[in-house]
Ligand binder design. Sequence first.
Ligand code: PLP
Length: 418
Amino acid sequence: MSPPKNPVKTPAKSPSVSLANGRPYLAIPGPSVIPDRVLKAMHRPAPNIYTGELVEMVHGMVPDLKAVARCSGDVALYVANGHGVWEAALANTCARGDRVLVVATGMFARNWANMATGLGLAVEILDFGDRGTFDPGLVEATLRSDTQGTIKAVMAVQVDTATSVRNDIAALRAAMDASGHGALLMVDCIACLACDDFRMDEWGVDVMMTGCQKGLMTPPGMGFVYFNEKASEARARLELVSPYWDWTTRVSPEAFYQYFYGTAPTHHLYGLREALTMILHEEGLEPVLARHAALARAVWAALEAWGQGPGAGHVEMNVADPALRSHAVTCVRMQAPHATALRDWVTAHAGLTLGIGLGMAPPGDPAWHGFFRIGHMGHVNAHMVLGALGAVDAGLKALGIPHGPGALEAAAGVVAEA
Ligand SMILES: *Cc1c(COP(=O)(O)O)cnc(C)c1O
């Protein structure tokens, strides 16, 4: 039988079916998911910036900002991203020509070091690579060899977001103390404050920086520099500090505008107020940290399973030792170009955005396509993490990337036990 002369025409393209439609999930390591409550708190008419409710609200928020860092010192507020507070921290502690020692376990530490070089500091980097932590003995020996005490500060990153290595900051302090050196300890907690445990006073950290857009669940745009008495004395010894970065007036403002050296980021402040209420006064800091720890273990359990059997050599966590892994972000190694293919697949087919690799291979190098990162920081719960892992599992299958079985079972098991 010959085909009919005028067959019913099907449209050239049938309406496309996508399993990505629905609420998207941005699982990159910052900016993180913003709670609807935070967005709602920002949705309001412009407030008065001279007196009244906003002014009272910010006075009242400073103790909460200190509480998340377990800090009894000062905190200066900036309209800035993380790079801004990197510069603020250096501007208040070091002068052109001063020596600083950078303890690097990833790209963020190296980039902060580059900024220090750009400010005219004499930078020495102890680079411990991308897959492990620092050697306290080497830090101690380096400081001991500085018999004149010319090194002004040791700069470290608690969680390097590029590698997901978490450094033991108390151990770094111990190494510095053992050397008898008087350098300041300055720590970048931008990736992990309110995700991984941090204790400014107890660990003897002199200066700490963070931003509002990761563990603090607020849209990017505010940064914070915490400092103690010793750092304050270092600031007092400087001849010249850029007025905008100077933290002095910001921590003891006589007028409200001095908190931010100008107009306050009014709506961000309402968002941050809501986020701090959620973290400190509703869920509680310890439960928040415990939630991050449990969700991180679920992510690791899945990755562990994918990397077994046929997945050996195809899916691997960047950090082998669980004690050195962050609870905020996990960096994954695959065979290039599988990581990029997988990221593209989960975005197109599941509405999930995973983080790109950073600093592990140069952009343009084919090896760049062998890394991705999962952010599990901030406003994230079990169904979101399990959903993200399910999407990755589907992507591995759809793309035919070799992987071990039982990943979702294993992750669900961790959640069930937590
Ligand atoms: C995100 C991040 C930064 C940079 O913050 P920006 O807001 O992008 O400038 C610096 N250090 C660490 C550890 C980070 O995670």
